[in-house]
Each structure stands twice: as structure tokens, then as C-alpha cells.
Design a binder for this molecule. Structure first.
Ligand code: FDP
Length: 337
């Protein structure tokens, strides 16, 4: 069967009453911006886009030229579309309302323009992550506080991965679907409908160099994974860590696994390493729509009540039985120490 385009998929969703025209056009605009980012990344050193921008973001992280460029591409593409009331990005201190009343819509867009940016200069997959919320009723000029909605209220989430091929993984709350960019035609084509993350897995993803800084339940959980067949889990586990969340999550979308960035002594004060609003929540929505699970280790991710735009959280997501297993270690520790 010939794959259908993203445009056709979105029109079919609109006809089925699952999205409205504004959300359809908003997703098209984001997808178009991602194609531009993909082209810039594809040029690599020849495009003069590699290396540091010489600036820092709100989180005190050094920005790469491509972080700044990707942010600008997404801002420019979405400013005049007429579907948004405001947008927020990892790279900006505060959210931005859409100033022009005539071109203002009812959605809020959050994005991490280029996730995994420490991998840019070494030609390893990076990506864009985004989340769409409704602007609360009666709010015409949204501020940061209007974005602070739990992940359960997301109406759409997606990520792209700029790797050997550029892929877009998308949910509007009715399953998770995978699209591959046909570079010659410039169109995203659906290559997997309704993906399902296997419930069980033998693969985990974590930055093991942080092991000594983890909390005791995480230490015990991973120690038991490493004991393999001879241990309490009675099976051998494999480990993978790309260090680009999009690439690690994409592997899990493709063949299952558990991805974790737990609390550790280095990030405890900040609440975790990964950002709730534009990393953990959109990925949690995508993973849950694919039959997987996502948790902080102590709470379903999508039910966390956000307190800040750039809030950080511990993350466990992927194959649902394995995520439940990791949560069990945390529950047991909180109960018995
Ligand atoms: P990066 O800092 O390179 O943007 O978003 C944070 C993130 O990458 C994730 O994409 C990735 O999973 C993680 O951090 C990598 O963390 P480590 O450097 O600790 O491996």
C-alpha cells in the first residue's frame, strides 16, 4: 500500500472530527520548520552551522549555532500562522505572546528546537521536540503561567529526529504515528501507523557514568538489571545510550526499551536533568499513545502539575512493564528505605 502524506493524514483526522483546521495548520507549520532545520543540519560543516554560538540560554547552557538557528526557524514560521496565542522554547527565558491580535489563535506551542545539541558537532542524531496546549479561555495575551498545564491537557505532541533519515513522530491523542521525510519531494510520508511499544524489554538506556550519584532505588534497580539471568530479573539486559533523548526515545518507539534520566546528586537541586514542559511531557504523551508508560519514578509524568516553564524532572519512559518495575523500586524504597 502506498504511504499517505502528513497532509493527507491531518486532513483525514480533521474530517474524522479529531482535530480542527487550526491545529492541522499549526502542525503543518511546525513540520515545515522542521524540514528547514533538517536541511541546515544536513549541510553540516559546509553550511558553516557547526560549533558554539558564543551565547548561553536561561539554563546556563552554552548554545550551539544550530540551537539558535533552529529556534529562529521555529519562531519565524509560527509567528504569523494565525493559530497560536503564544510560544515558549528551551532557548528563551520567558514565553512570547503573539503580539498581532489579527493573527492570534487559541493554541500554545512549546518546543526544544534542537535536543541533544552536544551531539551536533559529532554528526550523531539530534531532533526537535514540541508540545501543543490550548490557551485558557478568555486569555488573549498569555504569560508563562498559562503554559503551566499538566501533560494530560496536551492536544498534540511530536518530535523529529535528524538522523540517516529525517523522521517525525506525532500524536494528536489517537495513537502515535511515524512519518519519514521524502527528501526529493519535501514531504513527510507515513511509514508506521499506530506504533505499539512492546510491553516488555531487555534493553535499558541511562548515562551509567552518573551511577554513584543516583538515589538508592535507582542503584538497586540497575544493579538487578546488570545481574542478568542469574539475578532477580532472570534475563540478560543490553544497554544503549546515544545521549540525544530523541534518538534514544526513537529506538524505544521502534523496538521497546526503557529510557531513564533519574534524580542524582548533581541535578537534585534542579529537580532532575530533563525539562518537563518541552521534553518529558511531549515524550510521555507520545509513548503513552503507543501503549508505553512514562513516570518520574514516583508519579505518572502526565499528571505532574508544572510550577515553572523550565522545570526539570526525573524521567523513566518506555516499555510499560519495565517502567512499572523501575517505579516499584522507588515505591519500595519510599516505604521501607
Ligand atoms: P543535551 O544536553 O545534549 O541537549 O536535553 C538534554 C539532553 O541532551 C538529552 O537529549 C539527552 O538524553 C541528555 O541530555 C544527555 O545527557 P548526558 O550528557 O548526561 O548524557
Amino acid at each position: 500500500m502506498k504511504p499517505i502524506s502528513l497532509t493527507r493524514y491531518l486532513i483525514e483526522e480533521q474530517h474524522a472530527g479529531r482535530i480542527n483546521a487550526d491545529l492541522r495548520l499549526l502542525i503543518e507549520v511546525v513540520a515545515r520548520a522542521c524540514k528547514s532545520i533538517s536541511i541546515a543540519i544536513g549541510k553540516g560543516a559546509l553550511g558553516g552551522v557547526l560549533g558554539d554560538a558564543g551565547t548561553g540560554n536561561i539554563q546556563g547552557e552554552a548554545q550551539k549555532k544550530l540551537d539558535v538557528l533552529s529556534n529562529d526557524i521555529l519562531l519565524e514560521a509560527n509567528a504569523w500562522g494565525g493559530h497560536l496565542a503564544g510560544l515558549a522554547s528551551e532557548e528563551m527565558d520567558h514565553s512570547q505572546p503573539i503580539p498581532d491580535a489579527a493573527r492570534r489563535g487559541n493554541y500554545l506551542l512549546l518546543f526544544d528546537p534542537l535536543d541533544g545539541s552536544s551531539n551536533i558537532d559529532v554528526n550523531i542524531s539530534v531532533g526537535t521536540i514540541f508540545s501543543v496546549l490550548r490557551c485558557p479561555d478568555g486569555v488573549t495575551t498569555p504569560g508563562d503561567e498559562h503554559f503551566l498545564q499538566p501533560g494530560t491537557t496536551q492536544v498534540c505532541a511530536g518530535y523529529t529526529t535528524y538522523g540517516p533519515s529525517t523522521m517525525l513522530v506525532l500524536t494528536v491523542g489517537h495513537g502515535t504515528h511515524v512519518f519519514t521525510l521524502d527528501r526529493e519531494v519535501g514531504t513527510f510520508m507515513m511509514t508506521r501507523r499506530d506504533v505499539q511499544v512492546p510491553a516488555d524489554t531487555k534493553e535499558f538506556a541511562v548515562n551509567m557514568s552518573n551511577q554513584r550519584f543516583w538515589e538508592p532505588p535507582m542503584q538497586r534497580y540497575v544493579a538487578d538489571l546488570l545481574k542478568g539471568k542469574e539475578g532477580p530479573r532472570s534475563k540478560d539486559f543490553n544497554m544503549r545510550w546515544v545521549a540525544s533523548m530523541v534518538a534514544d526515545v526513537h529506538r524505544i518507539i521502534t523496538r521497546g526499551g526503557i529510557f531513564s534520566y533519574p534524580l542524582d546528586e548533581k541535578c537534585r537541586e534542579k529537580g532532575g536533568k530533563l525539562r518537563l514542559m518541552y521534553e518529558a511531557n511531549p515524550m510521555a504523551f507520545i509513548i503513552e499513545q503507543a501503549g508505553g508508560a512514562a513516570s518520574t519514578g514516583r508519579q505518572r509524568m502526565l499528571e505532574v502539575q508544572p510550577t515553572g516553564l523550565h522545570q526539570r524532572v526525573p524521567v523513566f519512559l518506555g516499555s510499560r512493564n519495565e517502567v512499572a518495575e523501575a517505579v516499584r523500586y522507588h515505591e519500595q524504597f519510599d516505604r521501607e528505605g
